[in-house]
Design a protein around this ligand. Structure first.
Ligand code: PGA
Length: 259
């Protein structure tokens, strides 16, 4: 049985004081909601908050994650942060290849860059949360499954997977991120089942242990049905991760699957 993971992607939001408060509220919400170790919970704050919020998370089961990294260990890369530096903050996860980085920010990351970053994460002992997903144009052109196959294969070039700590996948249809328009549970399941089958071909039996998260406009109101899909193993949550009530509500929906 795969343990669901609910990870909050804070993006470039909140200040440090509010981040601390949110963590305290999430901790309280998980305690009163009876969430122990059945569901894994992580928060991914902006890089400058990783150290202080890592301190705030000490003694709690909530894991820390980063939102990006540079694939080199060190060097003349002004403004960048390496996987090894992230690992020093106590981070366990790092989001790689988020659609905002692929499509809207800075260098517009391609699959080769995403692959280098995922490998750098592994080198430093971090678990990459590898984000994949089709655009609306690709979905309308019925290319979704081909795009997912390509992104998964390219993202994992040169990677050997041994167990579930080596990789988390996040299926995030680009058209569903921050739009309020989530994939239907059936669309999510179809994509997740496809990704797991491809992962079997690429990596063998370990594919049964790798968690595939859904991301894109998840809220407590739609999380229940999405989380219940057999190949959905949790969520990568943007907007709804910025409020303790909604984030914990989504964790509870995942708990209902396994609890
Ligand atoms: P959203 O973002 O939940 O606000 O749609 C998800 C993500 O970008 O990971």
């Amino acid at each position: 049985m795969r343990r669901p993971l609910i990870a909050g992607n804070w993006k470039m939001n909140l200040d440090l004081a509010r981040g601390r408060e949110l963590i305290a509220e999430i901790r309280a919400g998980l305690d009163t909601g009876g969430v122990r170790d059945q569901v894994e919970v992580a928060v991914c704050p902006p890089a400058v908050y990783l150290f202080p919020l890592g301190e705030a998370l000490k003694g709690s089961p909530i894991r820390l994650g980063a939102q990006d990294l540079h694939h080199e260990t060190s060097g003349a890369f002004t403004g960048e942060v390496s996987a090894e530096m992230l690992a020093e903050t106590g981070a366990k996860y790092v989001i790689i290849g988020h659609s905002e980085r692929r499509h809207t920010i800075g260098h517009l990351e391609d699959d080769r860059m995403v692959n280098l970053k995922a490998r750098a994460a592994r080198r430093a002992g971090l678990t990459p949360i590898l984000c994949l997903g089709e655009t609306l144009g690709e979905r309308n052109a019925r290319q979704t499954l081909d795009v997912l196959t390509f992104q998964l294969t390219a993202g994992l070039v040169g990677t050997k997977l041994r167990d579930s700590s080596d990789l988390v996948i996040a299926y995030e249809p680009v058209w569903a991120i921050g739009t309020g328009q989530n994939a239907t549970p059936q669309q999510a399941q179809e994509a997740h089942a496809h990704l797991r089958a491809r992962l079997h071909t690429l990596a063998g039996i370990v594919a049964d242990d790798i968690r595939i998260l859904y991301g894109g406009s998840v809220k407590p109101e739609n999380a229940g049905e999405i989380m219940m899909q057999p190949d959905v193993d949790g969520g990568l949550i943007g907007g709804a991760s910025l409020k303790a009530d909604s984030f914990v509500g989504i964790v509870r929906a995942a708990l209902a699957k396994v609890g």
